[in-house]
Design a protein around this ligand. Structure first.
Ligand code: GSH
Length: 218
């Protein structure tokens, strides 16, 4: 790898958090450049660093990558977390896209004027639409696809931890997912990431919401 991986985003979860998770599981060291003002974002844009004038942006292997899903796929491919063939990859991508849809609903809720109905909807959809898929997939297998850890497993762990933060006990009816979580958090890199002081970001609070509004001029 040429040079250190550098993440450009705000100091919070948002769309970058899944990238932090995947790099962590791949055991790739990374540094972070936090945007704290709108001017810093403008500077990246005027310097031509952001293809679509948006972050996340990740400096890796001499490239400046944007688009969260493309970045995740690059890391997953590079570190052997994206299946062994086309059929495994499409399964990993389907699971991953579903999880990202669900996490995006959680991610945007704090920016709503009235988050409560949004979160109620997330909880219902999580229980009725998303979690049953993963509960079924994990009936027997230890991992979602191909008998080994993939990007989809990492996103599932991230997503279920996010859900539990918001909705205590939400996994009570999903024993296979709960057991999966228990196994995943034993992985040393994940275990370290879950300890205080790691690069994992805390759940968004009022200050985070204000900072995001300022940086992105919302
Ligand atoms: N499809 C892009 C991705 O998944 O990376 C969306 C990126 C995106 O919406 N980024 C936000 C942003 O840069 C911050 S989370 N907003 C500024 C803008 O769109 O002008």
């Amino acid at each position: 790898m040429s040079g250190k991986v550098i993440l450009h985003y705000v100091n919070g979860r948002g769309r970058m958090e899944s990238i932090r998770w995947l790099l962590t599981v791949a055991e790739v060291e990374f540094d972070e450049m936090y945007l704290t003002t709108h001017e810093q974002l403008q500077k990246l844009i005027s310097d031509g660093e952001l293809m679509f004038q948006q972050v996340p942006m990740v400096e890796i292997d001499g490239m400046k990558l944007v688009q969260t899903k493309a970045i995740l796929k690059y890391i997953a491919e590079k570190y052997n977390l994206h299946g062994k063939d086309l059929k495994e990859r499409v399964m990993i991508d389907m699971y991953s896209e579903g999880l990202m849809d669900l996490m995006e609903m959680i991610m945007i809720a704090p920016f709503s004027q009235d988050p409560k109905p949004k979160l109620d909807n997330v909880q219902t959809k999580a229980k009725q639409r998303y979690l049953p898929v993963f509960e079924k997939a994990l009936t027997g297998p230890v991992h979602l696809v191909g008998g080994k850890i993939s990007c989809a497993d990492v996103l599932l762990l991230e997503c279920t931890l996010m859900l539990e933060e918001k909705f205590t006990g939400i996994l009570a009816d999903f024993p296979n997912i709960k057991a999966f979580q228990g196994r995943m958090i034993q992985i040393p890199a994940i275990n370290r990431f879950l300890q205080p002081g790691s690069k994992r970001k805390p759940p968004p609070d009022e200050n985070y919401v204000k900072m995001v509004m300022k940086v992105f001029n919302l």
